[in-house]
Write a protein that binds this ligand. Structure first.
Ligand SMILES: Nc1ncnc2c1ncn2[C@@H]1O[C@H](COP(=O)(O)OP(=O)(O)OP(=O)(O)O)[C@@H](O)[C@H]1O
Ligand SMILES: [Mg+2]
Length: 371
């Protein structure tokens, strides 16, 4: 009589030297829908599991559960169990020990050797089946969790790669637009200016007063537009970042930031030598820009320090303000993309981003990347 029935069929290794008992248990488990393989000794079990010294070739499949007699000749149940737990592939397989030794000491010894459960002979069939099903259920849940964890890790890796790819594509776009502005719009404006200057020089003094005034106005507009485009180009992709490196670009940006916002800004550090890989320079520069934008938007700070240090292989960028701060334990803070983008950029460049802040304590954004 069975009171439980298998939810899914499993492969069970039964290690039992009593042939008659092995037959009875096999029939019982097979009737419940499982596939049973029998090992008549500890040595045979280790061989069937590919755990003997000489095993070098392809390893046999891992069973879903092992029913293990304790009193076996050769390596006994406890020893077999220990060997299983030391093996990377076998260590998660549930083991139920079968024994006539009904004492607390033996129960503890079995569990200490790594068994998941313990059944004393003689046992009632429904009890054995119920314990087998319980262990298989736990194992299935664990397998499911492991699969979900692996999938999550895979997705996280993919997302990180995607972020890096997006950041690269964004920079490439910015570079292309800046180039286009320089090569097309900028040069056309220069040509236009030259033409207008020629026209101006050919106008006789005094005679074409209204036209001369229009010309002056047009030349002024050309100058303003040229300046505006130069700023735009620098915003899109500061040439100083490509030409001189991270710290020079941060200095240039901070000067502009300071004169625009009135916040006193200090830049500390020298450009790492040799220069950092472009992807890291770009990531750190964009993080600094984003952090400084937050300083203006949220901090009410009067002072901000940006520092770059390069020790050994570790490059550290810190943006510290003396503003109102916020509750950084509430991560990610609701509302924006800035902090998330900074973290993602840092991680996509192979580093990590920490946010240290507290109400009334200012804010520090710290990015560390190994070159
Ligand atoms: N330097 C700072 N000082 C004080 N609070 C800050 C600072 N930086 C961030 N915060 C707080 O953290 C929140 C999240 O910042 P985050 O940059 O992610 O979003 P946001 O600036 O609100 O929006 P977005 O960046 O998408 O335009 C901010 O709304 C603000 O409350
Ligand atoms: Mg922001």
């Amino acid at each position: 009589m069975t009171t439980t029935s298998a939810e899914e069929s499993a492969t069970i290794l039964l290690v039992e030297d009593d042939a008659e008992l092995a037959r009875v248990i096999s029939v019982l488990l097979e009737r419940d829908g499982h596939t049973v393989r029998v090992a008549g000794s500890g040595a045979q079990a280790l061989q069937m599991l590919g755990l003997t010294e000489s095993d070098g070739g392809e390893r046999p499949p891992v069973p879903d559960l092992i029913l293990l007699d304790v009193l076996l000749k050769g390596p006994g149940g406890y020893e077999v169990c220990q060997r299983l737990r030391e093996d990377g592939r076998m260590k998660a397989v549930p083991v139920i020990m079968l024994t006539v030794l009904d004492s607390l000491e033996h129960t503890l010894k079995g569990l200490g050797a790594g068994a998941n459960d313990y059944v004393t002979k003689p046992f009632k069939n429904p009890e054995l089946l119920a314990r087998v099903e319980a262990q298989l259920r736990v194992k299935r849940l664990q397998d499911e969790r492991d699969r979900a964890e692996q999938a999550l890790q895979r997705r996280t890796k993919e997302l990180r790669a995607l972020t890096a790819r997006l950041a690269e594509a964004e920079e490439e776009h910015r570079r292309r637009i800046a180039q286009e502005l320089h090569d097309q719009v900028g040069q056309n404006l220069t040509a236009l200016g030259i033409n207008l200057n020629i026209v101006r020089s050919q106008l006789e003094n005094g005679e074409n007063g209204p036209i001369a005034a229009r010309l002056e106005d047009s030349l002024a507009i050309i100058e303003q537009t040229t300046e505006r485009i130069r700023d735009l180009m620098a915003d899109l992709r500061p040439p100083v970042l490509d030409d001189y490196g991270l710290v020079a670009a941060v200095r240039w940006y901070c000067e502009q930031f300071s004169s625009r916002t009135g916040i006193e800004t200090t830049v500390e550090g020298d450009d790492p030598d040799p220069r950092l890989p472009t992807a890291i320079e770009t990531a750190l520069f964009r993080v600094a820009q984003e952090a400084l934008t937050n300083v203006t938007k949220h901090s009410q700070a009067t002072q901000v320090t940006v520092s770059v240090t390069d020790k050994g292989n570790l490059v550290r960028l810190v943006i510290a303000d003396n503003g109102v701060g916020f509750d950084a334990t509430d991560t990610p803070p609701r509302g924006g993309w800035g902090l998330l983008t900074m973290t993602e950029r840092a991680e996509a460049a192979g580093g990590r981003c920490r946010i240290i802040s507290g109400r009334g304590k200012g804010t520090q954004i710290i990015v560390e990347v190994e070159r």
